[in-house]
Design a protein around this ligand. Sequence first.
Ligand code: G6Q
Length: 559
Amino acid sequence: MTATSASHPKTPVKLTQSPTWQALKNERTAWKKLHLRDLFARDKKRSARYSLELDDPDETFLLDYSKNLIRPQTLKLLVKLAKEAKVEALRNAMFSGEKINLTENRAVLHTALRGEAPVKVDGHDVIPEVRAVLEQIRVFADRVRPGKWKGSSGQPITDGVNIGLGGAVLGPAMACIALKPYGGNIRVHFVSNVDPSQLVDTLEDLDPATTLFIVASKTFTTQETLLNAQAARTWLLEAAKDEKQIAKHFVAVSTNSEAVNALGIDTDNMFVFWDCVCGRYSLWSAIGLPIALYIGMDAFEELLAGGRDMDTHFKDAPLDQNMPVLMALIGLWYTNFWDAQAYAVLPYEQRLARFPAYLQQLDMESSGKSVTRDGRTVSCATGPVLFGEPGTNGQHAFYQLIHQGTSLIPCDFIAGRESHNDLIGQHGSQHAVLLSNFLAQTEALMRGKILAEAQAELAAEGKTTAQIKALAPHKVFPGNRPTNSILYRKLTPRTLGRLIALYEHKVFVQGALWNVNSYDQWGVELGKQLAKVILPELQGGKPGAHDSSTLGLIRRIRD
Ligand code: G6Q
């Protein structure tokens, strides 16, 4: 199919003015009298009714969305809204390579990176190029991992240091931590911050003779990445002494071969990706090189296959049985009708520790927009603030607010049935303890605790009537606090691929509903511009026209 520039299905002028939106407002009012505790009590099949599973008996991948503030009429209206927003047409446009990133006049190709069927952009099938780069990564990883790629002193590489920022680091770093059980003999490190402490701390224990740098930057103009790459180059040359050795210790991942060359990196050692792959959606591309180096190319291909599983589900499942669509609609329900301004992602899987940070960029950079695709001010709230930490850690920190605070914070709980590392302690399986917490939290958030239950508990503890009266109000939990539960068998590369793609598509659907361009990031570009103005002023130049606070701080730093 030939790409048609800027062709995308038109969404209604304002979704918020549709009768469905009004009906959802009425539905919200009806919910003032509903409590999930009662709905579960009345409908024993609620969980089965509101659960979806990928059709794969070997690898559980289940979404239980029954502990959400929904009932049949709620979902019916939400799905109708998705139809009115023409989500399916925009989805098809994305998968077929149409230029749906309107502000940059680009196709959106992260699904093509893990795809198999032809995807034509401007009449040209991109899949052969995608496969060619994957093959290049395979050849490279197959040389470095068994020690066939030698450093300046003839020794094999032991450590890879990825230098990159934002989309060039969050995905690969998250995935390498998540997939530690599949890691091989190459250690991987990630340096992103221009704060020199990060590079210094990383290099402290490394040997230049056995270290390989991967400089990852889509544009290869990001100041922080270039500075860190130059500093790494200097560190390497102090030991290697010879510029020719750079080729053995530096590779680049970029779309910009001129800039790669200008940094002194041999373009033979460059892995390309494409403008149509947005940074935060790029871990499937050559940006995933550190992942392939760490877990090997076969496992990396499994990660891609996991993404493809979710693509197939997203493309084929009807809207009301479609995991990303339902997660997106339910998220919109809370943002726009319950005034939820935050959203927590809580993996009960320590190795998903960086998953919330990864999702923060994916979601907030994609949906943090106030202007519609056609340049008008949005008519409703868009993306919420996303945060999260692995459970059970978060339980001992911020869950208090989720249970008893004044804000509604919908949560996604994520867990594996099996652990790579179970330990048997005094309570039996330690992994079972983790899972019992996962289940207890979602149940408690849903049920809450009514006053009579709190009073009965206190009475059972032997408290006096006066004590019960004083303490009971503090022990009441409102409940009706919504959660999704995502359960998989084990955190394998394939599962991780499914999980990431689930959230990618969820964000896509919300972008379609809110009619914002999920694939640009002008806020990020602003930061790139602004710091360049102030830098010379910090280094002795004449301060420009700033506010008194900024001027005062510039003076203090210069002093
Ligand atoms: C991601 C954003 C942004 C980007 C970084 C790094 O979607 O575009 O986070 O990844 O600013 O940009 P470069 O890859 O061009 O260095």
